[in-house]
Design a protein around this ligand. Structure first.
Ligand code: DOR
Length: 439
């Protein structure tokens, strides 16, 4: 009796805990049922993956999809369409929407809007504030909650907990790992005179290294005091990498493709306010140190910090121009290009985009190509050469800082719980994203 599967991915090079090798993967009921030679098996659907690599589904744990609120920049449908076109199978979305995601009702509303409209799986970060600290222990355990996110320095939106006492109270109230935008508000305020009107190259001088470093130093101290686990988002300085290397008892951290790929020296003249981001993209020296953090295993995950704003908004004179750039659709091709150039191994890419988030956020049933896990796959062609164009971008903002960049390595398919949601640039409907589950 031949074995039967709903779906077999055949002949692809699978990258998982066993290493890298040509194998078939059989899927039943949305889960991985068997890995091996399944050429004799019967399958309702077979996808020929010969010549392609089958990676565990890429999880992007930091995106801003703007719904509810400023949906002229993005919404849950367009943002998740961009995600699956870029090979991303799950996203954790940020709470600086309007209304802010700071209550049970606001979280439930996001989950309601996501169902039937999001193309990938999802979780939503809940904003931690001075006002909702008493509710955070309950909020972080609700279905669809990724955990608590705190802005220690102000960025886009109104979330802010700038004081040590406020951060400590949050850390003492919660059990899960909380995520932090780590920039020191006091120093940001002191340095506002460094902003030069109509010159966004002054952005990284305003929000300087010490802004990030001072905040991360405070956060590590407070996490130790509260015996809490924290996650430092979007590392932008070499000094923080060194500091975080000796804080693995309490802190995990994220690097972004833009902090690893772009620099003020190479890209400001071309991009202007499109490069403007919090924390800022800095110089080659910091970029090199973040790469060192990748090589040394200090960095736990890659997140895109997809933060779309329209071109019209970006055209305002600095500092009226908003901070943020899109990135969920370009994370995979931009980072695979680093794999092609030898700066990153494919195994480390997989570690940073699937096993890493699963480990630090205790995601249930994702992050590995192993029997019993969700059948989430990012299928890539490591040899394919493509030029990234604004016209490829599905985000409502309609642009990318990588317009015109030629990359080697491309997402060919996105499979979420056994459903082929994207293949060769075609997105399948209806959308069937579900809430990510956590342990
Ligand atoms: O540059 C940024 N933009 N950094 C953030 O922390 C928020 C984001 C946004 O939402 O636009």
């Amino acid at each position: 009796m031949p074995k039967t599967f709903d779906l077999v991915l055949s002949g692809g090079t699978v990258v998982n805990h066993d290493g890298v090798g040509v194998r078939d993967v059989g899927v039943r009921d949305g889960r991985i049922a068997e890995i091996g030679n399944l050429s004799a098996a019967s399958a309702r659907e077979r996808i020929d993956c010969a010549g392609l690599h089958v990676l565990p589904g890429v999880i992007d744990s930091q995106v801003h999809f703007r719904e509810p609120g400023p949906t002229h920049k993005e919404d849950l449908e367009t943002g998740s369409r961009a995600a699956v076109l870029g090979g991303v199978t799950a996203v954790f979305e940020m709470p600086n929407t309007d209304p802010l995601t700071t209550s049970e009702a606001a979280l439930a509303e996001k989950v309601r809007r996501a169902k039937g409209r999001m193309h990938c799986d999802f979780a939503f970060w809940v904003g931690g504030t001075h006002d909702n600290v008493a509710n955070l222990a309950d909020l972080e355990r609700l279905p669809g909650a990724a955990g608590i996110k705190v802005f220690m320095g102000s960025s886009t939106g109104k979330l802010l907990v700038a004081d040590d006492a406020g951060v400590l109270a949050i850390l003492k109230a919660i059990r899960r790992r909380a995520a932090f935008h780590s920039e020191d508000e006091e120093r940001l305020n002191e340095r506002k005179p460094h902003r030069v009107h109509n010159d966004s190259s002054s952005h990284h001088r305003w929000r300087d290294e010490t802004v990030a470093l001072r905040s991360t130093e405070r956060l590590i101290r407070l996490a130790r005091e509260a015996r809490a686990q924290v996650h430092v988002l979007h590392i932008s300085t070499g000094e923080e990498i060194a500091m975080l290397a000796s804080a693995k008892d309490v802190a995990s951290c994220e690097a972004t493709p833009h902090h690893l790929t772009l620099s003020v020296e190479d890209d400001h003249a071309r991009l202007g306010t499109k490069l403007q981001m919090n924390p800022p993209v800095r110089g080659h020296d910091h970029r090199a140190e973040i790469w060192r953090g990748i090589a040394q295993g200090v960095v736990d995950v890659l997140g895109s910090d997809h933060a779309p704003h329209t071109l019209e908004e970006k055209a305002k004179p600095y500092p009226e121009s908003p901070s943020g750039m899109p990135g969920v659709q370009t994370l995979v091709p931009v980072m695979l290009d680093h794999v092609a150039s030898g700066r990153l191994t494919l195994e480390r890419f997989v570690d940073l985009t699937s096993a890493g988030p699963a480990r630090i956020f205790r995601i249930v049933g994702k992050g590995r190509i192993a029997a019993g896990y969700d059948a989430d796959f990012t299928v890539v062609d490591l040899k394919r050469v493509e030029t990234i164009r604004d016209s490829w971008i599905a985000s409502r903002c309609g642009w990318t800082p990588y317009d015109g960049k030629t990359v080697t390595g491309w997402p060919v398919g996105t499979i979420v719980r056994g459903q082929r949601v994207m293949w060769e640039g075609e997105v399948a409907t209806p959308s069937r994203g579900e809430a990510v589950r956590f342990g």
